[in-house]
Design a protein around this ligand. Structure first.
Ligand code: GDP
Ligand code: MN
Length: 379
């Protein structure tokens, strides 16, 4: 789950990381009022979950409250990178001396946290990595030991932070690390972390991503979820307890179990096809959940063939079959279905679907071959 800038900054405050004064506005009038309160030049920042808002026109520096109201009316309701802007963060403008990139994320290779910093802050780190990778410093943090002060100090010297700011930089690094670990984040990023002309640190932008699998431990954060920023399919899937990720291919997959779902995608590719999604109906799925999952797949216009791969254990094949039958009756889809149904209550399941004209397969291999063939014919 990705947090908005203003939400990330609420967390920064909790962890004593300095941010500019400011508040959220959802109307131009509010933006004007906040600017008046702040009594000076302000920055208007569109709260949309995309990077590079600056370049896309989502960040505006204005001098007065009138100008703030005026500019706010232009951004609110408009789109930044195709996402409608519903809220603006109105913040006091900061005089910048230097912009730094500072972030913590997961290093999958070592299985540790990696602290990433660069003196080339402000622009997207992916861009820096592409153009001048030598400007990026990476320091691994052993999760059992945690961030040590000397590591933050090494980081400070590597990116040439002025000596008198080392101590305060170490404090920020420590606090961000604390937030990152406590919140089960997969990313905690400050870009830019600036040194103001008054020689003070300020987090001007923030981006925190929380591991979805740990959200149950952070009930207060679940409430911050911005559903308007997610695709309707994903919202629908979550509502029914289905894991769904859309992909670019044309073979829709309905599978029970994440491992089996991945194996199914692998074998589709191996046979020369392209999966349209990852989908795991989970263990012991009810017919309602199966039906919901199938409706989500069928709503994707790119899907030309459906591959259903069920290995019944706790999940009962007859229950799955009932869900499929229901959707077939309701939608009467014209695209071909390939189904492999084995395991618990297999016979009953096959019975239910006997009258439907679905292509059946006994093995995953055979099912994938048939699905790929059908998908190529319809392409
Ligand atoms: P992003 O483009 O979505 O990453 O949005 P940011 O919040 O990082 O802002 C982009 C850039 O706008 C920053 O790197 C700064 O250069 C500039 N910016 C943001 N806030 C201020 C501010 O208070 N004062 C000044 N002078 N520039 C700012
Ligand atoms: Mn930024």
């Amino acid at each position: 789950m990705r947090l908005h800038e203003y939400q990330s900054k609420e967390i920064f405050v909790d962890y004593r990381i300095p941010i500019p004064r400011g508040r959220l506005a959802s109307t131009p009038e509010e933006a004007g009022l906040i600017a008046e309160e702040l009594n000076g030049p302000v920055v208007l920042k569109a709260q949309v979950l995309v990077g590079g808002r600056g370049k896309a026109g989502g960040i505006r520096l204005v001098k007065s409250s009138d100008e703030a109201e005026d500019e706010a009316s232009k951004i609110l309701g408009n789109r930044i990178k195709d996402i409608p802007v519903r809220r603006l963060l109105v913040e006091e403008a900061v005089n910048i001396q230097q912009e730094i990139y500072f972030g913590l994320t997961v290093d999958r290779e070592s299985g540790e946290t990696v602290m990433i910093a660069s003196a080339a802050g402000g622009v997207e780190i992916e861009e820096v990595a592409r153009v001048s990778p030598e400007k990026i410093v990476r320091i691994n943090i052993n999760p059992l030991i945690g961030l040590r002060d000397y590591q933050a100090r090494n980081c400070a010297t590597d990116i040439e932070i002025p000596r008198e700011l080392w101590r305060s930089f170490i404090g920020i690094a420590r606090n961000l690390y604390q937030a990152y670990i406590t919140l089960d984040s997969t990313l905690a990023e400050i870009n830019p972390l600036v040194i103001t002309t008054e020689n003070r640190w300020m987090a001007l932008d923030g981006k925190i991503i929380i591991d979805d699998n740990a959200l149950f431990r952070h009930i207060d954060i679940i409430d911050k979820r911005d559903i308007s920023a997610e695709s309707p399919e994903e919202i629908e899937a979550r509502k029914f307890g289905v894991s769904y990720i859309k992909l670019d291919g044309n073979i829709g997959c309905l599978v029970n179990g994440a491992g089996l779902a991945m194996a199914t995608m692998d074998i589709i590719r191996h046979k020369g096809g392209q999966p349209a999604n990852f989908l795991d109906i989970g263990g012991g799925a009810s017919s309602e959940r199966v039906a919901a999952a199938l409706r989500i797949i069928l709503a994707d216009p790119q899907v030309k063939t459906i591959l259903i791969n069920i290995f019944g254990g706790i999940t009962r094949c007859d229950e799955v079959a009932l869900g499929i039958q229901q959707v077939l009756k309701e939608i009467k889809p014209e695209i071909p279905f390939v189904i492999r149904l084995v395991g618990t209550n297999e016979k009953e399941g096959k019975q239910i679907l006997a009258d439907s004209s679905l292509t059946t397969a006994d093995s995953l291999q055979e099912a994938a071959e048939k699905a790929v063939k059908l998908s190529l014919e319809s392409a």
